[in-house]
Design a protein around this ligand. Sequence first.
Ligand SMILES: [Zn+2]
Length: 194
Amino acid sequence: MAERIAVPAGAARAVTLRAGDRLRIVNVAGKQVADFVAFDAGDVDHALSTLHTLVSLKRLFPTKGDQLRTNRRTPMLEITRDDTGRHDMLIAACDPWRYEYDFGVTGHRSCSDNFLEALRAWKLERHQLPQPVNFFQNMSYPDGRVEFGESLARPGDVVEVRALMSVIAAVSACPMDLNPISGYRVSDLVLEIV
Ligand SMILES: [Zn+2]
């Protein structure tokens, strides 16, 4: 029986996975970007690293069969299902300053704050948060430009990762509603652990 956890629109939830557990992120309504961070359950300074991962993949965009590496280059998770086929590993998580400096909005929810809230039990501070894998985020980098596209995720699309070690993971249903990444709106995600 799968463990099922709702991630309300604009919020985050944390889960623990043992080696071999699979975490499914369900894009219930479609187009919702899911920021994803993960830590070694035995040492939170050892964490999923997008920049180390893209070096090992020799690609910017991860997909099924790819192993996500840590800041010590250890394979931590493997993508075992990818319905959407487009995810990002370069864009920093949104934070209060993203909304303030770039959109003139104060008090907006953010993935960075969401992660601190969801991971409170582990007493993580902001500087300990790695930059996320942005599941379902449709970025392009033509000629080095940074272009924010609308997510290609359809309603019900799933991305699934299998843990290769014991991890603490957190998923944020990104609250960004001021650019096209989630279609200028925010919606719920569901997590399933199998
Ligand atoms: Zn965000």
